[in-house]
Design a protein around this ligand. Structure first.
Ligand SMILES: [Zn+2]
Ligand SMILES: [Zn+2]
Length: 320
């Protein structure tokens, strides 16, 4: 079996679910992209043509995967809608699976990295900014995985910086959350034997916010046990029927759904039953989440879920 380095923590940069799927959608969808901009590998065997109107995000990634794969201090990525990108000579490409989900495509002849693709978010491609012919297009929006930044590279500009365990949290927020802990936080390390379970479950969280696992009532029924229930952030208890009704209404109309997750921890609480805990960030709202997952012969099913809002840090004397 192939082994992967840092498979669940590092550079899924654009794709892997550390940040919201919808946040990564192309800024403009168009039925007739104009492929007026070009990029090329060093030797010219592989060329790209793309519609700059369909660029959704440009970011600097300082993660250790990008460093190692590029040999440089960081990589700068242009995210673009798959259908707005044409590749001239696919036979000229070799591929490498960086993670089970993310594949990088290289020129067979000169080794230039041409683009990356993800199984989970197949509508997006990531292009290394340096191979674009017109560098005027490249207007990066932020630095990610800043905690991994090499000591010999000073982040040189005033762009927003993101870091923390996921690499995608605004650093001000990371500091705020960390300062609330004051050493009171538990040390949460998932046992190595549960690494593959953790990876599978992370890909399913936050539950009911992952269109790739389903948006219809039968699909939500299929992913929950018959006796599923949850405790909302308000403390209210909700039945499975109520939750499914709410989800049905939510998915009946297009809606914006921007989120980030971090701090995943997995514990086996009984054979084939797992407690998954994590932090969910939705704008200014931060909640701690717990899901009990059951591995059944047919699929993973959710037994129970709870969310608790993280209040502003308070002195421990006020805790009761
Ligand atoms: Zn990276
Ligand atoms: Zn080449």
């Amino acid at each position: 079996m192939t082994s992967y380095r840092s498979v669940d923590e590092k550079c899924g940069y654009l794709f892997d679910g550390s940040i919201s799927v919808l946040d990564n959608l192309p800024r403009q969808q168009t039925d007739s992209p104009s492929f007026k901009e070009q990029g090329a590998c060093y030797c010219g065997a592989v060329t790209l043509a793309f519609d700059p109107a369909c660029i959704s995000r440009i970011l600097h990634c300082h993660c250790s995967q990008c460093r190692r794969l590029s040999g440089a201090a960081f990589s700068t990525w242009v995210s673009i809608g798959r259908d707005a990108l044409q590749v001239s000579n696919e036979d000229g490409l070799a591929t490498f699976d960086v993670t089970p989900n993310v594949t990088r495509n290289f020129c067979k002849r000169c080794g230039t990295h041409a683009f990356s693709a993800s199984k989970q978010h197949d509508a997006i491609r990531g292009i290394p900014a340096g191979i674009l012919n017109s560098q005027q297009l490249v207007a990066p929006q932020g630095h990610y995985f800043v905690d991994d930044c090499v000591p010999w590279n000073r982040v040189p500009d005033d762009l927003p910086r993101y870091g923390g365990p996921s690499g995608f949290e605004p650093l001000a927020r990371v500091n705020q959350l960390a300062s609330g802990s004051q050493g009171a936080e538990p040390q949460l390390d998932t046992e190595p034997r549960l690494a593959s379970v953790l990876l599978e479950l992370k890909a399913r969280e936050p539950i009911f916010h992952r269109p790739e696992w389903g948006t219809s009532r039968p699909q939500f029924e299929g992913m929950t046990t018959d006796d599923f229930w949850e405790i909302g952030a308000s403390g209210q208890r909700y039945s499975r029927d109520f939750v499914l009704d709410t989800l049905e209404q939510r998915h009946a109309t297009p809606h914006q759904d921007i989120w980030e997750t971090r701090d995943f921890h997995c514990r086996e609480i009984a054979p084939s039953n797992y407690l998954l805990t994590y932090t969910l960030i939705q704008g200014d709202r931060v909640t701690r989440r717990s899901t009990i997952w059951r591995h059944t012969p047919s699929d993973w099913k959710i037994v129970f879920h709870q969310g608790t809002v993280v209040e502003a840090a308070t002195p421990s004397a006020t805790e009761r």
